[in-house]
Each structure stands twice: as structure tokens, then as C-alpha cells.
Design a protein around this ligand. Structure first.
Ligand code: HEM
Length: 433
């Protein structure tokens, strides 16, 4: 006997429908409680919304990333990347990736990123009192470009070109982008690869001690494989890092007590806060897999060949794991959120993202303690991945005389900030969980 597929009740808007994208959480809450392994007839995808089941999807080898990410096609003739391969091939590609994004690479760029962050805030501080800088365009994107600038040893004269390519290629993140946009995104990914290829050659010629140069010099990878890693890092990382800032401030700024705690707190609290803000609004709300065998999950049965989405943004608010899951608690520990994925494909840049996010957010609220977001409803973009705000205009109302620290002073990027133990449940970059 076959049972009729479960449907969302009429008062809830489907999270993929244009009107449901702004606030998908009520629909996901219902699915998690009533049909945690849900076959979505419209997309023909299985939506997995419970925390335990999502963690299984990310870790269990019966869920293939290679097949799940196959539709992420590009027009740049690159070999499969680490995100589109399963073990054991995956490990061969991922191990050298640590040269670009592992702890030593992150340490080597930490002070420079701290200086870039201070310069960014300095520019904000010089705006007229009535200016309304945008968290997305004036903070998130420049931060992300500066981080990639340090990893890739890009001169600042190249930032505009890099950012244009990175933004255009980021369309590839959205599995439901309209066909014309998706085609443009694939073309942009090709242009990005050619750009990164030429830039890497220049770095090799002129000599560079950057993480990119270390990766390029490693002979475990062919040149196309190395370019595949760079391309994945930009397409998978530039926009999520840029969007982290707007998403985080949207959740943080209304809670004035949390803003004050963050401003007064130490580096560890700032990192814990970043994890909590990532939990509440994951920039990558779901990721795709295909089952290679039938699987019985706690929430239901999946046939072999099922196209599955691990909906991490739903898992991140599972009340079975998180006390008062819709509430912001910037000191939430442990915080086993799945915003960086899990298992073999756990985000290779998680440590870098935590560090860059913690630096920017803590220094921002220290420098502008009266910082406020808009009163009106948030302006969410209609794209599904990354989850992003179109804009978040800020009121700065800078407090005079409050300076950000420079490297070496208290509050500056320090080895402590980089090497400190990660919150419980959060593996180090490159580590499996
Ligand atoms: C807030 C920012 C970010 C978020 C939320 C994020 C999230 C994720 C997630 C969920 C995955 C796993 C995808 C899957 O399992 O299918 C992932 C993988 C990955 N991320 Fe990130 N990411 C961020 C920033 C970055 C940055 C800045 C970079 C590079 C500089 C990066 C590089 C990677 C790479 C290389 C992988 C693939 C790892 C593998 O397949 O082994 N990410 N990320």
C-alpha cells in the first residue's frame, strides 16, 4: 500500500515559493515536526529537516555528494572538485586544500585581515553622521574580498575585477536560479577560472608567500585540480562570507543586550557569537546528496537514488538539540549547528570564517555601540542559496574616541584568537566530524 505524500498545510507558504523564501522557518518547523523526511512533489527532492537525520545525510557514505552536486555544472572544463567527489578521491583533493585554508594558512593572513578590518571600519567612521551605510555592500562584500585578497595575494587594484567575477560566478550556488541566470553563472565561472589561472602564473613569476602560492607549488595536484580548488573556494566561499555579515547583523542588532555583551566581551565570546548567528541564519541553507542505497533515517525511509536536501537551516532550529531554538544566545555552548555542513565535506574554511566574522562584528559594535538596523521588514533576496539580504541600511551614530585596536594591542588578531579551541561540536578546519 502506498501512502499519499504529505502536503504542507495551506496557511504555510512553501519555502521554495517566491513568497516563502523571505521567511522559510515556519514551513521548515512544520515539516520537522510532522514529516521530517519529506518528499516534495514540486521539486521531486526529499527534504530532511531534523538535526540527527541531517547529520547522518552529511556523514553517511550512502549519501553521495558526487551525485548530489552533479548538477552544479560549469563551462570551464575543470576536473571534479572536492565538493563533487566522494571518498577516496575526495581525500586526495582535500588534503592539499589545507595549504590554502588550513590553520597555518589562516595564521599567516590573520594580522593582515585584522588591519583590513580596521581600515574598513575607519572608512565607515569617516562617513557623514547622516550616512546610512549598507551592511551588505559596505561591510560584507569588502570584508570577503579583503579576505580573498590576502589568501590569493591580490593587489587592491584587482579587487573590483575579482569581486565582479566572484559575484557573477556565485549564481552557481543557487540550484533554483532561473535558466538564463544560471547560464550566465556558468560562463562567469569559466571567466573566473581563466582569471585565477593567469593570476597564479603571475604570483609564481614574481614570487609570493601567500597561501595560494603554497597551493600552486604543491605537486600532489595537477594544474586543473588546483584551479578547481580555487574556483570552489571563490564560488562556495566569497558570497557566503559576504552574506554572513548582513545576516548576522539582522539577527544581532535588535537585541541590545547582546550587542553590549559582544562589545564588552573577549575574542572567545565573539567566536561563539558568530557560531550562534550562523546557526540562526545559515548562508547555505541546504546542500544536496543522492542515496546510493535505501536508507532508514530516524524520521523516515529513503529509497536508493533519492535526491536529498539536508536542510541545515531547519536542523539548526531543532528543539530536540537546541534549547529555545528561535532565540539568539550569543554564548550558546555547545552549538552543534550544521551551517558549515559536516562529515567529509565540512567547510574547509570554517576557522577562517569564524575568525574573520568575529573580528569584524566585535570591532564594529565596539566602535559603533549605538549601531542600529532598519525598523522595517528585512529585504531578503529571492535566491535560495545563499540566503542573503538585498540590503541592510545601518545607523552608525559613532561614539567619538572609541578606537579599534591595531595588531599587537589587546583585542587585535592574535595567535590566541586563531589557535583557541573551537566550541564543542565544531571541528577544526580540515577535520572530519
Ligand atoms: C559564512 C561562510 C561560509 C559558510 C556558511 C560555508 C558553508 C559551507 C558548507 C555548508 C559546506 C559543505 C557543503 C556540502 O557538504 O555539500 C562548505 C564546504 C566548503 N567550503 Fe565553505 N562556507 C563558508 C565560507 C567559505 C569560504 C570563505 C571558503 C573559502 C575561502 C569556503 C570553502 C569551502 C570548501 C573548499 C568546501 C568544500 C569542502 C569539501 O568538499 O571537502 N567556504 N562550506
Amino acid at each position: 500500500m502506498t501512502t499519499a505524500p504529505v502536503r504542507l498545510p495551506e496557511h504555510l507558504i512553501h519555502p521554495f515559493a517566491p513568497a516563502g523564501r523571505a521567511n522559510p522557518h515556519p514551513a521548515y518547523r512544520w515539516l520537522r515536526a510532522n514529516d521530517p523526511v519529506h518528499f516534495d512533489a514540486g521539486s521531486r527532492l526529499w527534504l530532511i529537516t531534523g538535526h540527527g537525520d541531517c547529520a547522518t545525510v552529511l556523514r553517511d557514505p550512502r549519501f553521495s555528494a558526487a551525485q548530489g552536486q552533479r548538477e552544479r555544472a560549469r563551462e570551464d572544463a575543470l576536473p571534479p572538485s572536492m565538493l563533487t567527489t566522494d571518498p577516496p578521491d575526495h581525500h586526495r583533493l582535500r588534503a592539499p586544500g589545507a595549504l590554502l585554508l588550513g590553520p597555518a594558512a589562516v595564521r599567516s593572513v590573520a594580522d593582515a585581515i585584522a588591519r583590513d578590518t580596521d581600515e574598513l571600519l575607519e572608512r565607515l567612521g569617516q562617513l557623514p553622521a547622516d550616512a546610512r551605510p549598507d551592511a551588505v555592500a559596505d561591510l560584507g562584500r569588502p570584508l570577503s574580498t579583503a579576505v580573498f585578497g590576502r589568501l590569493f595575494d591580490l593587489p587592491s587594484s584587482e579587487f573590483t575585477r575579482f569581486e565582479t567575477l566572484a559575484r557573477a560566478a556565485s549564481v552557481n550556488l543557487d540550484p533554483m536560479a532561473p535558466p538564463a541566470r544560471a547560464a550566465l553563472g556558468r560562463t562567469a565561472a569559466g571567466a573566473l577560472t581563466r582569471y585565477l589561472d593567469a593570476h597564479t602564473t603571475l604570483l609564481t613569476l614574481r614570487g609570493s608567500d601567500s597561501p595560494l602560492a603554497a597551493l600552486a607549488a604543491d605537486d600532489r595536484l595537477s594544474r586543473p585540480e588546483m584551479l578547481g580548488i580555487l574556483n570552489l573556494a571563490v564560488v562556495g566561499g566569497w558570497q557566503p562570507l559576504a552574506e554572513l555579515v548582513g545576516n548576522a547583523l539582522h539577527a544581532l542588532l535588535p537585541d541590545r543586550a547582546a550587542v553590549r555583551r559582544l562589545a564588552d566581551g573577549d575574542d572567545e565570546l565573539a567566536r561563539t557569537a558568530v557560531d550562534e548567528l550562523l546557526r540562526l541564519e545559515a548562508p547555505i541553507p541546504f546542500t544536496a546528496r543522492v542515496t546510493t542505497a535505501p536508507v532508514e533515517l530516524a524520521g523516515g525511509f529513503l529509497p536508493a537514488g533519492a535526491r536529498v536536501l539536508a536542510v541545515v537551516t531547519a536542523a539548526n532550529r531543532d528543539p530536540a538539540v537546541f534549547d529555545r531554538p528561535d532565540e539568539l544566545r550569543i554564548d550558546r555552548t555547545p552549538n552543534p549547528h550544521l551551517s558549515f555542513g559536516g562529515g567529509p565535506h565540512f567547510c574547509l574554511a570554517a576557522q577562517l570564517v569564524r575568525q574573520a566574522g568575529a573580528l569584524l562584528l566585535a570591532r564594529l559594535v565596539r566602535r559603533f555601540p549605538e549601531l542600529r538596523g532598519p525598523q522595517d521588514a528585512p529585504d531578503w533576496d529571492l535566491c535560495l542559496v545563499p540566503r542573503r539580504l538585498r540590503a541592510l541600511p545601518l545607523h552608525l551614530t559613532a561614539a567619538p574616541g572609541v578606537l579599534t585596536a591595531t595588531p599587537g594591542e589587546p583585542g587585535a588578531a592574535s595567535d590566541e584568537l586563531i589557535a583557541a579551541p573551537l566550541p564543542a561540536g565544531c571541528p577544526a578546519s580540515g577535520e572530519r566530524r
